[in-house]
Design a protein around this ligand. Structure first.
Ligand SMILES: [Zn+2]
Length: 255
């Protein structure tokens, strides 16, 4: 079992610190700010062994160059905007981040950005801004068919898979989910759980893909209540998963 802890950075980002039990070698994911991450590693007595990057947005990469100057490998999408990249990765590639004893597989997840990738291994999905707890990233570069395509792949991973994403957006995402599915009992329960977590100041992550499948509207484009509600919102009968997804995404953007 990997041990995964968050370093909260910037306004609402998480840099995830991943280790194998009884091993000081730590992998960090999406360090958008070097200082708090370096401080957290030092405070815990961990040694940085590598960096994983999901996409080029500044809140995910701005700490990479400073941290990588210790000479550690940087794994990420084949994208020249990723600083200090040593291991460019493509869909389907498998790799072993140093010190974890776990193989990760790469999924390409175009939509939020075209080069966005996610990492799946050890029962864990490191999703960046491709999939959030209760939501998904804004569609800045890709299109709805691309996003439905990769989300369909991700939702088919085992339901016990733990989801670690790049932001603490869960409460706001679930408020939107409730507008889409006011009668989803799983969702009501999750909203209560998340509200309690937030009032304690604790993270809402990880969730599981099973929970996401039951409550995240962006994985539910083929559930009749979601199709109906999206169609009502659009004022026309939506036919395809991509049409439903596009309406949901646009609705959320203006929610
Ligand atoms: Zn982003």
């Amino acid at each position: 079992m990997l041990e995964i802890t968050p370093v909260p950075i910037l306004a609402d980002n998480y840099t995830w610190v991943i280790r194998a039990p009884n091993n000081d070698a730590a992998i960090v994911v999406d360090p958008g700010d070097a200082q708090p991450v370096a401080r957290a590693l030092k405070g815990a007595g961990f040694n940085l062994a590598g960096i994983l990057v999901t996409h080029h947005h500044h809140d995910h990469i701005d700490g990479v160059a400073a941290l990588a100057s210790e000479g550690v490998p940087v794994f990420g999408p084949d994208d020249e905007r990723i600083p200090a990249l040593t291991h460019p990765l493509r869909a389907g590639e498998r790799f072993d981040p140093p010190g974890l004893g776990t193989t990760f597989e790469v999924f390409e997840t175009p939509g939020h950005t075209l080069e966005h990738i996610v990492f799946y291994g050890g029962g864990v999905l490191l999703a960046g801004d491709a999939l959030f707890a209760g939501g998904c990233g804004r569609m800045f570069e890709g299109n709805a068919p691309q996003m439905v395509g990769y989300l369909a792949e991700l939702r088919d991973l085992p339901p016990t898979t733990k989801l670690y994403c790049g932001h603490e957006y869960t409460a706001a995402n679930l408020a939107f989910a409730q507008a889409v599915e006011p009668n989803n009992a799983h969702l009501q329960k999750r909203i209560e759980t998340v509200a309690a977590q937030r009032s304690n100041g604790s993270t809402t992550l990880p969730s599981t893909l099973g929970e996401e499948r039951e409550t995240n509207p962006f994985l539910r484009w083929d559930e009749p209540p979601v199709v109906d509600q999206a169609s009502q919102h659009a004022g026309r009968a939506l036919q395809t998963p991509a049409e439903v997804f596009a309406v949901l995404r646009d609705w959320k953007d203006h929610f």
